[in-house]
Design a protein around this ligand. Structure first.
Ligand code: FMN
Length: 217
C-alpha cells in the first residue's frame, strides 16, 4: 500500500510502519510462545501505562491470561454457547459444526489478553466537564482500542499470531467471577494469541484515494 517509501529521519519510523503493515488476523494458533512470559507481560504492561487516554483518564483495564488460565476463557465461552443451545437460541448443529470448532481454535492458542473499560471511573470528570459528558465513554473505548492495536502489533512483532474477539456480554459474568475482577471493569475485547499454524487470509484494500486526502503538500 502507499507510494514509494520516503526518507525518514529516524529508521525506527520505517520499522514501526513495517510492523503495522505486518499485523494481520491469524486464526490458526498453537499453544507455544517464541518469547518469555515476562516479555509478553512487558508488552501488555507498557500498553497499559503508555497508551494515551482522553484527559489522561486512564480508563483501560487489562488482564493477561497464559496457558491454562487462557484456556479457561474459551471454556467459559463454550459453556455459554452450550447454554444458548439448551435455551434453543443457537441450533445444536451450528454449535457443533461452527461455533465449537472456532472456540476450540482460540483455546488452542497460548494466551488471551482481556481488555476492559472502567466507565465508572469517569463519573467525577463527567461532572467536572459536563460539556464533554457524553464524549467520555466513546473516548474510553477509543483509548482501549489503541491498547488493543498496540498489543496485537507488538505480539506479532515477536512471532505470535493473534486475533481479536468480542464475546461480551455473553461471557462477562463468568469472566468477572473466575478472576474476581471488579464489577466496574466492562469487558470490551479478547485478543487471542499463539504461534501461527496457518497464514492469514487474503486481504483486499479499498482505494486509498477514496479514503485519504492531503492538502498543502
Ligand atoms: C474493532 C475491531 C473488531 C473486530 N472484531 C472481530 C471479531 O469479533 N472477531 C474476529 O474474528 N475478528 C474481528 N476483527 C478482525 C477484523 O475482521 C480484521 O482485522 C479485518 O478483517 C482485517 O484483517 P487483518 O486483521 O488481517 O488486517 C476485528 C477488528 C477490529 C479492528
Amino acid at each position: 500500500m502507499g507510494s514509494t517509501q520516503p526518507e525518514f529521519k529516524n529508521p525506527a519510523t520505517s520499522t514501526l510502519l513495517e510492523l503495522v503493515k505486518a499485523r494481520r488476523t491469524y486464526y490458526g494458533l498453537k499453544a507455544e510462545s517464541p518469547i518469555s512470559d515476562d516479555a509478553i507481560e512487558s508488552i501488555v504492561s507498557n500498553a497499559v501505562l503508555h497508551v494515551p487516554s482522553s484527559f489522561n483518564t486512564q480508563t483501560s483495564r487489562v488482564v493477561l491470561l497464559l496457558k491454562e488460565e487462557h484456556q479457561k476463557v474459551w471454556d467459559i465461552a463454550i459453556a455459554a454457547m452450550e447454554g444458548l443451545v439448551a435455551a434453543g437460541t443457537l441450533p445444536k448443529e451450528t454449535f457443533e459444526t461452527q461455533t465449537k470448532p472456532k472456540l476450540n481454535a482460540f483455546r488452542a492458542g497460548y494466551g488471551t489478553v482481556l481488555f476492559f473499560v472502567d466507565f465508572d471511573s469517569l463519573a467525577s470528570i463527567k461532572e467536572k466537564f459536563a460539556i464533554y459528558a457524553d464524549k467520555f465513554d466513546p473516548f474510553a473505548l477509543e483509548s482501549n482500542a489503541m491498547s488493543q492495536f498496540l498489543v496485537w502489533t507488538a505480539l506479532e512483532s515477536e512471532g505470535f499470531g493473534a486475533n481479536l474477539q468480542h464475546y461480551s456480554p455473553l461471557i462477562d459474568e463468568q469472566i468477572q467471577k473466575q478472576w474476581n475482577l471488579p464489577a466496574s471493569w466492562k469487558l470490551d475485547a479478547q485478543l487471542v494469541f499463539g504461534v501461527p499454524t496457518s497464514e492469514p487470509g487474503e486481504k483486499a484494500f479499498a482505494p486509498l484515494e477514496d479514503r485519504f486526502k492531503v492538502f498543502g503538500k
